[in-house]
Design a protein around this ligand. Structure first.
Ligand code: ADP
Ligand code: MG
Length: 332
């Protein structure tokens, strides 16, 4: 569509120009889409024998990302954060919808945002099939639709005493990135680049998540901090956990920018990493080593499920750490 660059953009211009063809570069993602952007509803075909898994997330400027942040990066992050819930469920991405509240129809912003969304949508093989746009303070809501084999799904309940506890990737980087962006943590240029990318480009573990359907007894993605999110598995499963600070996976960058105590704190309490935390019986250990290799995702064993309630964390020196003050919560 050709729109005069000096004219004001209408809602329909914005949809046609920036949001009509997102994520369709990736053929496998298109199979489920019977009807996309432009009608009253989108229509999806759920693969035979499968069920729909749905999840929605809102990101608000100044709360979930810094005011004035790069729109390309915001878009990538918004979609990855939402896809991470599909990963934590073991679901395969099918399609997503987008509700945007925008302070203004700013072409430069919209252009970068839609390019970021396109990049991320093609990466995760998930097309944009509909949405809504209205005026107001910047906020981005994405709903993802995924497919799960009937009767399968990585729930939070299901962990039993004796299961091992695993996390993917590295923990604490995203929280350190936020501290750095807000001037509370010093880092050199290369460290800043790494930490920034860990905050803005979380790697939603969708392929591994689907493989874990046959292996994990419970799973969650780490959005609010390991203690908080592991805590959800524990309360849903009615069990306790014992974890070891020495086994927490830490990036060399994080280890270099902060003292050990603060590093452990970032890993235990820092949110926004969007790694998976899951439990599995010890008989699956070798399988997980193979998955880590096959899917190129580090998987660290950090502890064990016990009978009882709550998390105990053994520090580097063998003493138990305080595990109070868990993660971020709204309305507190
Ligand atoms: P309605 O009045 O039925 O809600 P809209 O005018 O809001 O329809 O949207 C027209 C079409 O454009 C619909 O297919 C809708 O899904 C799609 N759409 C609206 N906003 C977006 C967006 N931000 N991204 C993708 N599709 C969008
Ligand atoms: Mg509408």
């Amino acid at each position: 569509m050709d729109i005069d660059d000096r004219a004001n953009l209408s809602e329909f211009d914005i949809i046609a120009r920036y949001f009509s063809n997102i994520g369709f570069a990736s053929p496998p993602g298109n199979a489920a889409v019977a009807l996309s952007v432009g009608d009253d509803c989108a229509i999806l075909t759920v693969p035979a024998g499968q069920r729909l898994a749905l999840s929605i997330d809102t990101l608000v400027e100044g709360r979930h990302f810094p005011t004035g942040a790069d729109p390309f990066a915001i878009a990538e992050r918004a979609l990855a954060v939402c896809i991470s819930d599909l990963a934590a469920m073991g679901a395969k991405p099918l399609a997503f919808t987008l509700a945007l509240t925008l302070p203004a129809a700013d072409r430069v912003w919209l252009d970068a945002f839609s390019r970021g969304l396109h990049e991320s949508a093609n990466h995760y093989l998930i097309p944009l099939v509909g949405g809504d746009i209205c005026a107001g303070p910047l906020s981005i809501t994405i709903q993802v639709h995924g497919a799960l084999p009937a009767n399968a799904g990585l729930l939070r309940r299901g962990a039993v005493p004796g299961d091992l506890i695993f996390v993917t990737g590295k923990l604490g980087d995203a929280a350190a990135a936020l501290d750095m962006l807000q001037g509370r943590l010093q880092a050199d240029y290369a460290q800043q680049q790494y930490l920034n990318s860990r905050f803005y480009r979380p790697d939603a573990r969708v392929v591994l998540g689907q493989a874990l359907l046959d292996v994990a007894s419970a799973a969650i993605d780490v959005s609010d901090g390991l203690l908080a999110d592991l805590g959800h598995i524990l309360s849903a499963s009615h069990v306790a956990a014992k974890i070891f600070s020495e086994q927490l996976p830490i990036s060399s960058t994080l280890a270099a920018v902060a003292g050990r105590e603060q590093v452990v704190d970032y890993a235990l309490r820092g949110g926004d990493d969007y790694e998976l935390c899951f439990t599995a019986g010890a008989q699956h250990r070798q399988q997980l080593v193979e998955y880590a290799e096959l899917f190129d995702v580090p998987i660290a064993e950090i502890g064990e499920i016990k009978p009882g309630m709550g998390v105990s964390c053994i520090g580097d020196n063998g003493d138990e750490l305080n595990t109070e003050h868990r993660g971020f919560q709204h309305f507190q």
